[in-house]
Design a protein around this ligand. Structure first.
Ligand SMILES: [Zn+2]
Length: 273
């Protein structure tokens, strides 16, 4: 197929274009982050030493996630149910609304589903507007249930295109498996799930705000490595206190999420001294 290797074949349609480009990017980045990574590994190793009571401990690959979680919770008494109490699903959707308005001047609201349009009673449908023009529709099917598609993903159902004078609006669906609840109005998300929701919403918005002559060029129908860019940028907002303080409020008291809690979520364990 005219390729030197499987990686050559896989990378060719992407913006990176060749495995050499990917390799040099990885090597360059690894050089940049190595001092920080060494510092973090040392902090984890010290923590393991303290916990095990042994003077000499090696850090095994499986230790990293285990001790990191322990360090986070011991640094700030982080309890995942306390964190989740600030991230009720309707509040998180409000947060996305806030972002969409301030970034793009766009807005959205929920619309009723027609008979037989929905595949489950938990599915929400929203319409996005920009400058009073309809941009498209988004289905949100976020909570886990038996027999559901596993994992989290954005599905571009219909791409934008101009059919002579007719404008065909896009339709996308975000399908996730959030574990907290089976009901969208009462669900509370873990912080990881908030990041996932923001990530998938970034993909969905990439589709909905796109305007192309042909549907197969619209939205996320681009080189795979570029398709992950808007979603990754959006995911960062879930970690930024300037954003989370605007929507993350305690489900019963309405208290805004404390800054300290967000700092702990950001991995404050490394700087705990
Ligand atoms: Zn993605």
């Amino acid at each position: 197929m005219g390729c030197r290797s499987y990686s050559d074949f896989m990378v060719k349609p992407n913006m990176a274009s060749s495995p050499d480009v990917v390799m040099s990017f990885l090597l360059e980045m690894s050089k940049m982050i190595k001092p920080k990574a060494d510092e973090e590994f040392k902090a984890i190793q010290d923590f393991k030493r303290e916990k095990s009571g042994q003077r000499c401990v090696d850090l095994e690959p499986w230790d990293e996630a285990y001790y990191k979680a322990m360090m986070r919770s011991s640094a700030s008494n982080l309890d995942s149910s306390v964190v989740a109490s600030y991230f009720a699903l309707p509040q998180c959707i409000e947060g996305l609304k806030m972002l969409v308005e301030s970034l793009f001047g766009a807005t959205f609201h929920s619309v009723p589903l027609a008979t037989c349009e929905s595949w489950h009673p938990d599915v929400l449908k929203i319409i996005i507007y920009l400058f009073h023009g309809d941009m498209g529709y988004m289905y949100l099917d976020l909570n886990s249930r038996a027999g559901k598609y596993p994992g989290c993903a954005n599905f571009a159902i219909k791409g934008f295109w101009l059919a002579f004078v007719l404008v065909i609006l896009q339709v996308v669906a975000i399908v996730c498996n959030f574990a907290g609840s089976h009901n969208s109005s009462t669900a509370r998300l873990s912080h990881g799930e908030v990041g996932t929701l923001f990530h998938e919403f970034g993909h969905a918005l990439h589709s909905l705000l796109s305007r192309t002559d042909y549907q197969h060029f619209s939205g996320t129908r681009v080189a795979l490595d570029f398709a992950e860019m808007p979603s990754n940028l959006f995911e960062y907002y879930a970690w930024d206190y300037r954003v989370s303080r605007g929507f993350a409020k305690h489900y019963s008291t309405g208290e805004v999420i404390p800054k300290k809690l967000v700092e702990s979520l950001q991995g404050g364990y490394v700087c705990r001294n």
